[in-house]
Design a protein around this ligand. Structure first.
Ligand SMILES: [Zn+2]
Length: 110
């Protein structure tokens, strides 16, 4: 999904939404997984979400990884310092592509 990565490269989080049935297409794809339409728009989501799962990394102590749910989609990201609890409110503060062109997402506690 080229458009998704183009936005991400510029630090913007936009996800594909089907024009025909309004399904959020996640993971990003050029075809709606609900109705197979190819009419897709890129849409901004509310950056606030909830922490579902987390684990502390012992490789780099500033990097806690967490699974976050935002507007019904789930993303694994880096959770910046704060009170790690299941269900904590977090906010997507930064995203982009790293040196290997892999997406990264950073969350802070809201
Ligand atoms: Zn659809």
């Amino acid at each position: 999904m080229k458009e998704y990565f183009d936005f991400l490269r510029r630090g913007k989080f936009r996800i594909p939404i089907c024009n025909d049935c309004n399904t959020k297409i996640w993971p990003p794809s050029n075809t709606c997984k609900n109705c197979y339409s190819k009419k897709i728009r890129m849409s901004k989501l509310d950056p606030r979400g909830r922490l579902i799962e987390y684990s502390e990394s012992f490789i780099d102590k500033n990097k806690n990884l967490g699974l976050v749910e935002i507007s019904g989609i789930r993303i694994i990201g880096i959770i910046n310092e704060g009170n790690m609890n299941h269900g904590s409110l977090v906010k997507l503060t930064r995203c982009g592509l790293d040196n290997n062109n892999s997406p990264y997402y950073e969350f802070s506690f809201a």
